[in-house]
Design a protein around this ligand. Structure first.
Ligand code: HEC
Length: 123
């Protein structure tokens, strides 16, 4: 009986320590945002649904700057005009790649549809 109680205690301690450790592990895995989230947080303010609200002649969708990951990186490293500089994206390859893949699949839409959020537009 005593032995059983001892092993029960051990299991309890183990469970608690796993419970303490797991939130920090969970944080690590959720820290990386996917391309959609990155775009919504950093770019959608000016480039909602891939268009360009500041300068309509320079939409992201279909941009030649998206030809390769390297050209995309070069563009974001030295953005012209009113494009902000995104150091945390440019310097993190996996973040940059996720955002690049998202931007690549943005399609040029007719003007009215383009102002809708992407999810609604595809419904
Ligand atoms: C403050 C508004 C603003 C934000 C935020 C912004 N951009 Fe831009 N973006 C612009 C403007 C303005 C241009 C046109 C720059 C120019 O050529 O003068 C542009 C141009 C671009 C182009 C080139 C389009 C072309 O072919 O000429 C790409 C690609 C681009 N942005 C991607 C992004 C990405 C990716 C993000 C998010 C990480 C982002 N932008 C965030 C304003 C913004």
């Amino acid at each position: 009986m005593n032995k059983n109680l001892q092993s029960l205690c051990f299991v309890a301690v183990l469970a608690v320590s796993i419970g303490i450790l797991s939130p920090s592990m969970a944080k690590k895995s959720t820290k990386k945002l996917d391309g959609n989230q990155l775009f919504q947080q950093n770019c959608a303010g000016c480039h909602a649904a891939g268009e360009n609200k500041v300068d309509p002649n320079h939409p992201v969708a279909g941009s030649k700057e998206l030809a390769t990951l390297a050209s995309f990186k070069t563009y974001l490293s030295a953005p012209p005009g009113h494009m902000p500089y995104y150091e945390h994206i440019v310097n993190d390859d996996s973040t940059l790649k996720a955002l690049y893949n998202y931007c690549k699949q943005l399609k040029k839409l007719p003007f009215k549809q383009a102002s809708l959020p992407l999810k609604q537009a595809s419904l």
